[in-house]
Design a protein around this ligand. Sequence first.
Ligand SMILES: [Fe+2]
Ligand SMILES: [Fe+2]
Length: 273
Amino acid sequence: MRFLFLGDMVGRTGRMAVFERLPGLISDYALDFVVVNGENAAGGFGVTEAILHDTLAAGADVMTTGNHVFDQPEALSFAPREDRFLRPANYPKGTAGRGSGLYEAKNGARVLVANLMGRVFMHPELDDPFHAAESILSDAPLGEVCDAAIFDFHAEATSEKVCFGHFLDGKVSVVVGTHTHCPTADHMILPGGTAYQSDAGMCGDYDSSLGMDKEEPLNRFLSKVPKRRMEAATGPATVCGLCVEISDRTGLAEKVSPLRLGPLLGEARPDFW
Ligand SMILES: [Fe+2]
Ligand SMILES: [Fe+2]
């Protein structure tokens, strides 16, 4: 199975780059399944239902999110009815929406997608993401209930991310980090067969502070006095993500490559498709 993950889409420029590139990537690489993290798609803050629908129309099968999931209040009303929209699974019981789901890929494979959030330097009050992941997998074990399992771990600390990867190694197809908006160079297949990358990076303008216009973030580091609202940067976006060839027999990863397409970062494409 050919799987593509795209990191946090930031603002209009990030969305447009994904909407323009994704249909071609799906046909050129004959992708079977695509997950896009959309937590910053609406001006950097959350996601609207219209943006969710546009992302699905561009070819994404599922949208994951993170700490910005409910920045747009309308997400509280559409999350319960949009089963391709995920928020972190370890949010408190009763939170709108869902944290995981089972979907069908183009090749007929049953794909489990789960979205979890880290606690280190983030939200210590969340439920333990390790035990939450274990409980999701006990309901849908790889090789029994699903043929592939994709975990988006939305977290700040690389220590927590890499431990989460090792915790799930051999039990899932992919553990990919999101949230830091900077792609890491540690894409690999862990010893048990799980594809791993600490962070997929963002789909956004890298001439910025994490996809936001850099002037105001810099001002806040220098003066501590906010001058204006944070706004998404508007320059051309680089699309960043992770490509994984997943075994149809075992559901584990066989090949892994970063994807980087755009003006500022060195280009990267899979050489195996
Ligand atoms: Fe983000
Ligand atoms: Fe985030």
